[in-house]
Design a protein around this ligand. Sequence first.
Ligand code: SF4
Length: 299
Amino acid sequence: MFLTSVEKTIRALRRQIESFGISEELRGYNWDKPPVEPVNDVKIAISDLNGFCPTKRDIFLKYVLKEKAEPNQYMLKGLAVHRIIRETIITLKKAIYSGCDSGEQIINEYFNNSIPYRVCESLDIDCRNICKEFSKLYRYIVLQVAAKVDEVRSKYPDVDAENVVGLILPPVVERKIDGSLIGLSKSLSLDIFTPYNIIIDFKSGYERFEHMLSLSGYALALEADDEVDVNFGLLIYIKTGERVQFNQKAFLIGDELRREFLEVRDEIAELIESGSDPGKPPECPRYCCYYGVCNEGSC
Ligand code: SF4
């Protein structure tokens, strides 16, 4: 589940590791030495790496002026997608443990469910079309899991529920990580950590380089917290609409990305410590969650 057909890509990335390697000094478990050691005591959120403000004034507003961000529709949609995936996986795990042992049974009992509507309600998303899109996402996951259950049962006829869950569903959804050793928040939440040294993040918007940076941040935080090597990142871009689409982007979390993550982390930490206003860019994106503060308020 979520990792279908990614094996070939991972094989290619393994070859990249063999050719280029990953420098030990850039592993998260070297958090007590530069360049991984934080430049000051500031702790930032992973989402700070993904901001839309060209001058990073969003960071100044959030940490220095303590302004509240106004979540835009993209942020709410992203939150909803994460919650639906999490709740659906947990629900289906429970279903398998409580005796649902065929794809047909899973579809009969779980194809229709209120999870997407409950999530919309909890986030105050009051748009029938969006909730319908989320129902499609929910059903897409149910169908994938149902098909996998049948596949596993036909391949290994004597498996029990524990084996089925272990073979088709990710072991940990929203894995908590203490990122404080590398200057990140104490309570990071990674979408999925797999046993193959791959970390996974779901995205509901368009592809951005910053998404690779934030996944690199999770990798270093995990290396620092667990003293393990994390080599690969997988971004899964989810499109909902007429059809549900999952587009995967797998990459090696190599030296270049690690250095870039550390540079941006330091830049943000220094900006917060200095307390100075970096000013506005010539034009602000309308969807920036501080648009009202910078362009209609008093700041
Ligand atoms: S509204 Fe403009 S200046 Fe303010 S944070 Fe957003 S992009 Fe930056």
